[in-house]
Every structure is written in structure tokens, then in C-alpha cells.
Design a protein around this ligand. Structure first.
Ligand code: ZN
Length: 558
């Protein structure tokens, strides 16, 4: 691709072009603005290069030689890259009259490329830094066979249809507004309604599981974040402090210190443990504008956070309870397929070897007792403790990191968290941070894509639509709506002067699960004619019956 672009636009400068998990991209500094329309032209040029079947030749050069070579070619970005490479010898790959800096390996010749497609073009800052020049990035993919490429392209079509940013707009769920700020989410009424249902469910299940729910402020003194170590280790994710009456305050990137302050508001005894504090806590973290992505990567978000304070001998049971609650919550939202990872002690760590081993064993035993398969990521734990991460798989089989369970030996020590032991001496409790959904924003984004916006009935902002055939049926339509509203069902009446076919199409696009159509026959029989958003015709039925159908489906949270 880079060769083709160079052939077409000789003044182009090559920046960087790596392979990714599902294809490749290349960043170009090009005087001409490359558009989607140009991609077929570039593809045509690529086909010529493939047809010529030129060999890829590997060359070793000293770094100095390579710098000279790229200087003569005017490839300034390559020189910048070379200056950062520590080895004295670097490899270049050559094909026909095209040469590039590359670690390799490569195919033998261009003719071995059997199926490829250029997918899109976008702006990208050199080295991902918004202070640098904006380059043009072309994305593409390649496969060993045309069939595999075709399969992948239809997968991409499905991904596009499910894009939560598009559905979020079409279904009027949320928006992100440039006047408010990048990465800051506005929840519209229908999205906010779904969030409320999720939150209510979450609270109910947490009370049942023995958690106590907290609320804490959004800012705290900068000194607190110094004590916790955030200012030292987490600075680049935090915003600048603000001043209140001569004291610096910081907007919170985490909820932990607040929960600890509540823990420390009383003297705790070994008999008080475990204590389980949970909060839907809104935090703010600095993310570069280049990495923000719809609801999936934002600057302000609400974590479904909890901190468990327990004794060593209680840890395994607590992890077991957390796993149980996590899998129950994920299953309820329709995720029954996941990958579980256990991350163990890294090279740099706090705490003793003994406590690390005990905690790691507790995590392992809990996973085994639950009969869960997991992979071990050796040395991938955080410096303060081992952790379990759960990635859910959505309806397209894509993995999403949601749940995390982290043991922490650091912060209780730093903030002097203790309990009075059996022997009347002060001991340090084990602290576990955990989030099941991760953040409500991200989880909502994943839910939208998982269901392609067609939420299960219990989550649907509108559960039934009442559609009138003509003006004669408006009064009866209102009666039907009232009857369903009385049962706490979420109903919308469409009595507009439009053709019924149009109303059905509109309601289907809004993904309303059940449509109750009312005309002459239904009016005189006291019935409704029911269709589903998937097009199934359930026929005429009494109002009582559709009520029962809806209520049963909601109870089952199917
Ligand atoms: Zn925490």
C-alpha cells in the first residue's frame, strides 16, 4: 500500500505502518487530502504491484547508513524513528524501487498477497500526540483467501450496523456535545431510563449480597491524593487542581480514599469484618482526545465500584461471593460467554511474598470452586496485588473487558487502615477493589452493540407501542394505553395521521418490542392486534393477554 501511495503521490512522506490484530494501517504526510474515493485508485495500483510479483529483499544496514539513505529520500519521519532505535544494525525491506524500514518478516514476493481491501482513511497525529502534525492514516486488511476476506467484510458490516454511536443517535439514547466537552456524556431521557433500570437492579442485588451503599463527593483536597500515592503514580490521568480558599482540591479519578475515610470513621473490630462498601461513583480521568471513542472511552464516567475490607481468612469466601454476583449480573444482561484472566505478582511489588502467595491462592481457589476456567497472566498483576479480569463476549464474539477484582496491599498501609484483632492488637485488613460492569457508560455502549439497540423487554425504554389505523380509533387507542400504563408498562401511543405501514416501520426502527395495532375490529372486540419488532405476527388478543405476556417476560428479564 505504501508503495502504491508513493507511486500515485510522489511527494508523500512515509511515517509509520504497523500490522494490527485485524489488518494494517500506514500514516502518510501527504500534500493532497486523501479521501475514501481515492482508496479504489490506490487499490488499483496495489493490484499492479501484486501482479508484477516482485521479491521482498531483506537488507541489513548500520543505523548511520540507514539514516543517510532516508535523508537522501527525504523521509524525515524514518530518521526520527531510526534515532530512537537502540540497535546498531537495522533491517530494511526492498521491493522493486520501494524501500522501507522494517523489522520483518515479509512474504517472499508481492504476488503472495491473495486478498486485500482498503477500509478507511482518517486523521492521526504523528506519534499520537496532538501537538504534532496531523497525518493521514489509511486502514486496510488482508487474508490468505478471498473467502476469508469476504467473511471478514460482512462481519465489519454487522459491526457498523451495531455501532453504538450511530444507534445512540438513531434511538435518541445519548449524545456527546462539543459545547459541553469531549468525552463527557449527556444521557437523553431514553438512555437515562435504561441507566435507571440498570442502577435500580444493581442496588437491589448489592443490598441482597450484603453490601452497604455509599455516596461520596466528586472532589477532595490535593493532599489526600498525595497520601494515597495518586499524585506520584497516576498524575497523567488526573486533571489540574483547583483552588478553594487557598487550598488545592482535585477532581477524583477514583473512589477508594473516600470509602477508606468512611471505614476509618469508626474503630473496627475483627468481628465487624467483612465490610462491603459499594458506590455508583462518578470519576474523571484525563484521556487524550485522540483515544476518546463514543461511550467506550470517555473522560467522566460512573464506576460500579466497591471495596471489601476483610481478614485474611475471609478473602477466599469474599472472592467467591464477588464472582457469584459478577456472573449473575453479567448473565442477567445477556452475557454468558467470557474469558477470565488471573494476573500474578509483577517484578516490582509491595507487601510480603507470603501475603502475595496467600492472596493469589485465594483467587485461584475461588475460581476453581466456581468451576471457572481461566488463564494465568504471569507477572501481569498491579504492583499492589493480584487480580482477576473478566472479558465478556458479545453476540459477535468480540471480547470486552468489564469486570475486575483487585486485591490491594498498598493503600491500606499508606492510609493506615486497621482493625482491632482478637488479641486486641491492630491488624491491617485486606482490601479488594472490584467493579462488575466497569463503568455505566462503557457497559451501556457494549449493551447497545450486543443487542444492536433491540434491548430485552425489561430494559426497553418503550415496551409497547399502540398504533392507530385511522382517526376513528384514537379514543380506543388511548384506552389501550391507559390499561397498559396502569400495569407500570412503558407505552407510547402513535395516533398521528399517517399510514399504518409507515407507523409500523417507524416503531420497528425504534426497536419497540411489541406493537399493538388497533382498528375497527379491535375496537369493537376490545382487543389489540400484536406484532413484534422482529416482524412476527401474534394476531388479535384481549388486552388482558398482552398485559400478561409483557409482565411475564419482564419478570424473567429475558
Ligand atoms: Zn478502589
Amino acid at each position: 500500500m505504501a508503495h502504491a501511495v508513493k507511486e500515485l503521490y510522489p511527494d508523500v512522506k512515509l511515517a509509520i505502518g504497523p500490522a494490527t490484530s485485524d489488518g494494517f494501517y500506514y500514516d502518510f504526510d501527504c500534500g493532497k487530502m486523501i479521501t475514501e474515493d481515492d482508496l479504489s485508485l490506490i487499490e488499483g495500483e496495489m493490484l499492479e504491484i501484486i501482479k508484477a510479483d516482485k521479491a521482498f529483499v531483506r537488507e541489513e544496514h548500520s543505523k548511520k547508513e540507514a539514516v543517510e539513505l532516508f535523508k537522501s529520500l527525504g523521509e524525515t519521519y524514518k530518521i526520527e524513528l531510526l534515532n530512537e532505535i537502540e540497535d546498531d544494525v537495522v533491517t530494511l525491506y526492498k521491493e522493486d524501487n520501494f524501500i522501507d524500514l522494517c523489522r520483518g518478516p515479509h512474504l517472499k514476493s508481492t504476488g503472495e498477497v491473495k486478498a486485500f481491501k482498503l477500509l478507511s482513511v482518517a486523521g492521526a497525529y504523528w506519534r499520537g500526540n496532538e501537538r504534532n502534525k496531523m497525518l493521514q492514516r489509511i486502514y486496510g486488511t488482508a487474508f490468505p483467501t478471498k473467502d476469508e476476506l469476504k467473511q471478514y467484510l460482512s462481519f465489519l458490516e454487522e459491526v457498523k450496523k451495531r455501532d453504538h454511536r450511530r444507534l445512540g443517535k438513531d434511538l435518541d439514547l445519548y449524545s456527546i456535545n462539543d459545547d459541553i466537552g469531549a468525552g463527557l456524556v449527556l444521557w437523553h431521557p431514553k438512555g437515562a431510563l435504561i441507566r435507571t433500570i440498570i442502577e435500580n437492579f444493581w442496588r437491589e442485588e448489592h443490598y441482597k449480597a450484603g453490601y452497604q451503599i455509599l455516596f461520596t463527593p466528586h472532589i477532595a483536597k490535593l493532599d489526600l491524593w498525595k497520601k494515597t500515592g495518586h499524585v506520584d503514580f497516576y498524575r497523567e490521568n488526573m486533571y489540574s487542581p483547583m483552588e478553594i480558599e487557598g487550598t488545592d482540591y482535585e477532581i477524583k479519578p477514583m473512589n477508594c480514599p473516600f470509602h477508606i475515610a468512611i471505614y476509618k470513621s469508626h474503630l473496627r473490630s475483627y468481628k465487624d469484618l467483612p465490610l462491603r462498601f459499594a458506590e455508583l461513583g462518578t470519576v474523571y480521568r484525563y484521556e487524550r482526545s485522540g483515544v476518546l471513542h463514543g461511550l467506550l472511552r470517555v473522560r467522566g464516567f460512573t464506576q460500579d465500584d466497591a471495596h471489601i475490607f476483610c481478614r485474611e481468612d475471609q478473602l477466599e469466601n469474599e472472592i467467591l461471593n464477588i464472582l457469584e454476583l459478577t456472573l449473575f449480573v453479567l448473565r442477567t444482561f445477556g452475557f454468558s460467554d467470557y474469558d477470565i484472566y488471573l494476573s500474578t505478582r509483577p517484578e516490582k511489588f509491595v507487601g510480603t511474598l507470603e501475603i502475595w502467595d496467600k492472596a493469589t491462592d485465594a483467587l485461584k481457589n475461588a475460581l476453581t470452586l466456581k468451576g471457572l476456567e481461566y488463564s494465568v497472566d504471569p507477572g501481569e498483576g498491579v504492583f499492589y496485588g493480584p487480580k482477576i479480569d473478566i472479558k465478556v463476549k458479545d453476540s459477535l464474539g468480540r471480547p470486552w473487558q468489564c469486570s475486575t477484582i483487585q486485591v490491594d496491599f498498598n493503600i491500606p498501609e499508606r492510609l493506615d487502615v486497621t482493625y482491632r484483632g482478637r488479641d486486641n492488637r491492630d491488624c491491617m485488613p485486606i482490601m479488594v477493589h472490584r467493579a462488575l460492569m466497569g463503568s455505566l457508560e462503557r457497559f451501556f455502549g457494549i449493551l447497545i452493540e450486543h443487542y444492536a439497540g433491540a434491548f430485552p423487554l425489561w430494559l426497553s425504554p418503550v415496551q409497547a407501542g399502540v398504533l392507530t389505523i385511522s382517526e376513528r380509533h384514537v379514543e380506543y387507542g388511548k384506552t389501550v394505553r391507559e390499561a397498559l400504563l396502569k400495569e407500570n408498562l412503558r407505552v407510547e401511543l402513535n395516533a398521528k395521521d399517517e399510514k399504518i405501514g409507515y407507523k409500523i416501520r417507524e416503531a420497528t426502527l425504534q426497536k419497540i418490542p411489541y406493537l399493538c395495532i388497533v382498528g375497527d375490529k379491535e375496537k369493537s372486540n376490545g382487543t389489540v392486534n400484536v406484532r413484534t419488532r422482529s416482524g412476527e405476527n401474534m394476531g388479535e388478543m384481549p388486552i388482558e393477554k398482552i398485559k400478561t405476556i409483557l409482565k411475564e417476560e419482564i419478570t424473567k428479564r429475558r
